[in-house]
Design a protein around this ligand. Sequence first.
Ligand code: NI
Length: 384
Amino acid sequence: MTATIVNEQLIKQAIADRRFLHQYPELSGQEYETGKFIRKRLQALNIEILNEQPPSVIGFIKGTAGEKTIALRADIDALPITEEGDKPYISRFPGVAHMCGHDGHTAVLLAAAEWLANHRSEVQPNVVLIFQSAEEITPSGAETLVKQGVLDGVDTIFGLHLWQGLEKGKMGLVHGPMMASIDDFEITIKGYGGHGSMPHETVDPIYVATHVIQSLQSIVSRKLNPIEAGVISVGKIEAGTTHNIIPSTAKLIGTLRALTPQAVQTIKQQMVQLATGVCQAFGAKAEVEFIVGTPPLVNDLKESQFVESVIRRSFGDEKFTAVAPVMGGEDFSYYLQQKPGAFVFVGMGGEKSAYPHHHPRFDIDEDVLPDAIKLLIEIVRQYN
Ligand code: NI
């Protein structure tokens, strides 16, 4: 097997693509121009385009062996943020900007697609190229594509994130749970309202709410296995109108995160039990509603070990680093619920990428694009 050459022309093109996409960002679910741009590029490379719903674009490259099918995924959406700074390729649309680096992911997958299309004789597995809309919102683009059958016939799937939290020059992943679930909740506490001077004739839902909040914070410390991670945060309390009225209801609004499906389930069960029980103890009633978001991202052990071996073989042992799980979410998890696969961080933290993801001054470090491109190509070449 010859070494993959990610040549100058391919790198130049990737940088140009990412700067173009950066200047014309589109919000989640509205990436129609971005989709057209991708489609045109794939067509120019004679890559078959599968019939999935826009704005996502799915390409297909038939392999020489064609026994296995690998999917590679890039997300293509931007965020509702006004970009700050003075870079020449700054977003031209106020209020919309690529502040998570998905412009880079799109450019990297386009470059990998170009290499694969131009070296078809070296590509053994079939390759499905998923340019996915709407990573940043619920309902997520990944969930939609999975429902549409994008993974039918796919054996395994890989994706990457250019990652500011990992130092430039490193690549890494977790062999197992890597990113958290995102679910929101609303707890409505129904009491009995009345005059502020006559609490004995009421069931004060505000007072009850304080107990519910206290009890919720016992779940992570007392009910979750200490080696598992979880977060419950009440972000908003809605209740009451003025000084001397005890309202009849109070509402607690918040979010919960965990790294495994089991932990998510434990947290939810306990929340219902505690909210219901505490309210009942005070003569109130609780209604607990979950707004289900992204599941936890859990890498398949065999596939994540494969990615580690690809990194070590193609870049050297010093390139790979074991990373710690992060409590942020990522809708790549929907694919991993269906098929084995792995998600990997390509480190870029440093001087050129100094601000965190979603910060108005966030930027990717384009120096790491060649390695990201090479990683995807090598995953395809070394997969068997
Ligand atoms: Ni992202």
